[in-house]
Design a protein around this ligand. Sequence first.
Ligand code: NAD
Ligand code: IPM
Ligand code: MN
Length: 360
Amino acid sequence: KISKKILVIGGDGIGPEVTRWGKRVLEAVAEKYGHEFVFDEGLMGHAAIEATGNPLPDDTLEKARKSDAILFGAIGHPKYDQDPSLKVRPEQGLLRIRKELGLYANLRPIKLFDELLSASSIKPEVLKGADILFFRELTGDVYFGEKKKADDGSWASDLMIYHAYEVERIARKAFEAARLRRKKLCSVDKANVLESSRLWRAVVQRVAADYPDVQCSHMFVDNAAMQLIRDPLQFDVILTANLFGDILTDEASQIAGSMGMLASASVGDGTGLYEPIHGSAPDIAGKGLANPLASILSAALMLQIGFQMQEEADAVLRAVEQVLKKGYRTVDIADKHTENSMIVGTDGMGQQIIQQLAYS
Ligand code: NAD
Ligand code: IPM
Ligand code: MN
């Protein structure tokens, strides 16, 4: 019997609403395959600030270090978004846990389920067969460079900085992954302008020499933003920096139909963290409308990458596919063109997946 300790951090807004279903799916998998998953809970973000004053309490970090994997929802609250002067902010919790756990590689798979071909605002013929794996660097860049501002409020700055070792370690991971896929890697940067991007490109070129079987190309980020929508099928693995990856993957969510479909795995030195790419979505929080599939697919990534449980991960993917095939849709992936789709809320979708898992 395989036993794993999983820390669940729901966070804020729709975070807890969707994470509940990611957890339920893990419970269903444990039951079906005879594993033992032991769950614990931790606070982070606005919820943690309210309870302790700290967006990442020591207790959560300690539990995180002791667990085999972390299932995370989302953090963020409009209160902070409306008031830039607040010094303690929910996002600091997420950035710090990534840094503390050394989670330098954020894998964001963009895979379009055929059933959702017409849910996207992009033409189906452009999208069909799209399958991209983003490697977004997660513990460097302008996110973690020195921050400064003038006391009188006349200027502020964030330092964009990369060290060669930071680029090299994620590049190696991305090339390894490309090797197991269609053997194409596109590194996205802004090397025509930024010094840190020129370092990035030089390091990627050096690493590429160790992977002659992988076709390596480089693209400027502005062009990449356009190419993603023009012809997503040209991409296999995309390797990019923290900020560019953040922006490009939200854009790329439209290739998969919705933000509510995109899962991610943050991995590095130790315990991995599995999370949807979306945020706390205050506009729909508390309404029972959020799509839980991003959390459920994040749970599948935990099974696959964190626990090497490929069969179990495939079972979750198949369940999602079957439920979509039956026509169940949350509003964000509702298809305006087919009459036979059934609109469900967060819990309706979650229940369908659990049932499908049990019967297949
Ligand atoms: P967001 O990702 O929360 O929402 C963007 C849009 O996508 C909204 O219209 C939302 O309703 C929709 N959406 C997101 N997830 C969905 C789902 N599962 N189902 C259906 N629709 C979904 O981004 P935002 O509005 O820019 O940010 C809101 C807050 O979340 C901010 O405070 C931000 O800092 C935070 N945030 C946190 C994370 C994270 O925790 N990883 C990521 C992004 C943003
Ligand atoms: C994400 C989010 C975070 C990021 C924020 C909330 C710090 O947008 O996980 O994509 O920018 O990395
Ligand atoms: Mn983001």
